[in-house]
Design a protein around this ligand. Structure first.
Ligand code: CTP
Length: 403
């Protein structure tokens, strides 16, 4: 359910409705009558292919609109939320379809404010937002930028992508990974050579990011240990930034005691410069030989510290260029993995840097799951489907799994 109130930013709600629809949601838009003056309901109807409601006193399937709409919602997002609508929500007024539906709605609720800076910072608005937070509303904080008034300040509606991301996080409560603590590693480690250079690999971290988003969307408590900067981490995912294999080892071992599922998607360097020199290596004529020392194998370290009763599920990735399934199967055994995701990095359009991946999921004693070329987010969901099948479907890991 998307409630639109009468801010100039109401036109951005069309983008929100569009993104949610494209990602598979059924989006019912409701509007305040003033919002329907700013953006025609038809704009939303054309995108969601569902009727838009903005009149209070009408029936839907013989039931009064706000009650029927409130009952049908899995999540209720108000975007943009004006100062006036926020005030009504906080004190429980119900004189338009958006506020009346909110009052009657039992689903998780969130709002994205948009207003002029003075209104956003006014003690009345601050108090109302605090009240709503205490009542369980999630607030997608407004950004700083150009406002409709012409001023630059705080109060600008958050970007539609961000609002959609937070909505998915709120919607994830009760998903089939709810209660699971999932640790994911992603990206290629960087092993320093001198103050300006490092040795690394082609991993972009996209597969790990997709794994983090998919686990988050299924309700898991997600920690992402990654090497690629904090730009686009999904909302609600706890980020641990590392650079070198040694730092990744330390971060993984630190997370392990509170991890039900470890997914090692990172491309950890196998070698590092034996010595990182303190000064920039200067150009000279002739060849330059580098001494490389082996790094630690993080998964081997994990298998050493896991006792016989440890029930953490461990998933590894195997990036291969030849004998893909045989090499992956060897890693499954050698690294004591529960599942291995075999990745032929020579396939065009798959793997490193791509948004797509073609993998096989291997498990001891089970037939291989050979997947076609898929978006990485879908590959991630297949991995979790396999994990859930393996662990005996959805259950509360803290109660049963770790018992
Ligand atoms: N891995 C690890 N520590 C390393 C190297 C790899 O934990 N130092 C993990 C990766 O995160 C991945 C799995 O081991 O989940 C397999 O990684 P891969 O690079 O395919 O294999 P390697 O063990 O490095 O073997 P090789 O490079 O010889 O294929």
């Amino acid at each position: 359910m998307l409630g639109v109130s009468a801010s100039i930013a109401a036109y951005k709600a069309v983008a929100i409705a569009s993104q949610l629809t494209q990602q598979g949601a059924l989006v019912d838009v409701i509007m305040t009558p003033e919002a329907a003056e700013l953006v025609r309901p038809l704009s939303f109807e054309a995108i969601t292919h569902r009727p838009v409601a903005f009149e209070m006193f009408r029936l839907i399937d013989s039931e009064i609109a706000h009650v029927a709409l409130a009952r049908s919602a899995d999540v209720f997002l108000v975007a943009p939320a004006t100062a006036h609508t926020i005030a009504k929500l906080a004190i429980g007024l119900a004189d338009d379809l958006v506020s009346a539906t909110a009052l009657s709605c039992q689903a998780p609720q969130l709002l994205a404010p948009a207003m002029e800076s003075g209104m956003w910072q006014h003690p009345a608005t601050v108090d109302h937002v605090k009240t709503l937070r205490e009542r369980g509303w999630t607030i997608v904080e407004p950004g700083v930028g150009h406002l409709a008034s012409g001023a630059v300040g705080e109060g600008r509606l958050a970007e539609p992508e961000q609002i959609v991301d937070v909505t998915k996080h709120v919607l994830a409560r009760g998903g089939d990974l709810a209660g699971w603590r999932v640790t994911i590693t992603a990206g290629g480690t960087r092993e320093p050579l001198d103050p300006v250079r490092f040795l690394s690999n082609r991993s972009s971290g996209k597969m790990g990011l997709a794994l983090a988003e998919a686990a988050r969307d299924r309700g898991a408590d997600v920690t992402l240990i990654w090497t690629s900067g904090a730009d686009s981490v999904p909302h609600g995912v706890q980020l641990v930034e590392v650079e070198q294999a040694e730092e990744m080892r330390a971060a993984v071992l630190a997370a392990l005691p509170r991890t039900d599922l470890l997914v090692m998607a990172a491309a950890v360097a196998d070698y590092r410069p034996a010595e990182a020199v303190g000064q920039k290596i200067k150009k000279a004529s002739g060849m330059l030989a580098l001494d490389l020392a082996p790094t630690v194998d993080v998964l081997q370290e994990v298998s050493k510290v896991r006792g016989p009763d440890d029930r953490t599920i461990v998933v590894g990735f195997a990036a291969e260029t030849e004998s893909v399934l045989d090499n992956a199967r060897k890693k499954l055994v050698d690294k004591r993995l529960d599942l291995v995701v075999a990745n032929d990095v020579t396939i065009q359009g798959s793997g490193f840097g791509s948004d797509f991946n073609q993998v096989s999921i291997l498990q001891e004693g089970e037939p291989d799951i050979d997947l076609p070329l898929l978006p990485k987010i879908e590959v991630a969901h297949h991995v979790y489907d396999a994990v859930l099948r393996m662990s005996g479907a959805s259950r509360d890991p803290s109660a049963e799994f770790r018992a």
